[in-house]
Write a protein that binds this ligand. Sequence first.
Ligand SMILES: [Cu+2]
Length: 171
Amino acid sequence: MLGVAGGSGPPGSMMGGPAGYHFPTLSCAAPVSLPGTTVTVTLADMGMTRMMGGDAPMGAVMMLQATPQVVAAGKVSLVAQNRGWRTHELVVLPLARAAAAGQRVPGADGKVSESGSLGEASASCTSGAGEGIDSGAVGWVTLQLSPGRYELVCNLKNHYANGMYQELDVR
Ligand SMILES: [Cu+2]
């Protein structure tokens, strides 16, 4: 599923991705063998026709989709594929007991607090933190996750408010 060539994404549309979303062929791939359970995270957006930076206006249509959404505790390798036109990233935040994904309130800078972050994949074609995952690139990170609820977010300007979040449960 992480092949560079072919542009074969999830089934379901002519473009190989969710209807209406840009789904470029990936320019790189994560290592074939990463530690622990691998969670593939698709980052995507629509409404543009060329590559752009990370800042987005409010109301831009974007998505973050993790598969699977429930994993066993221990080493978890998150592989973030940027299938959008814009730059994206993946940050793993703890999710409070009474909270649901999507309830964080962004600040004036269009970003949510990363307090308690467990790590992030935000570099192109390599692991760990960086300046963002370019359109068509892949970033990844391996984390040691305890049982609990987490929220996967993209925290570039206005991306969270535009829907780039999803719960990840570790059991
Ligand atoms: Cu994003």
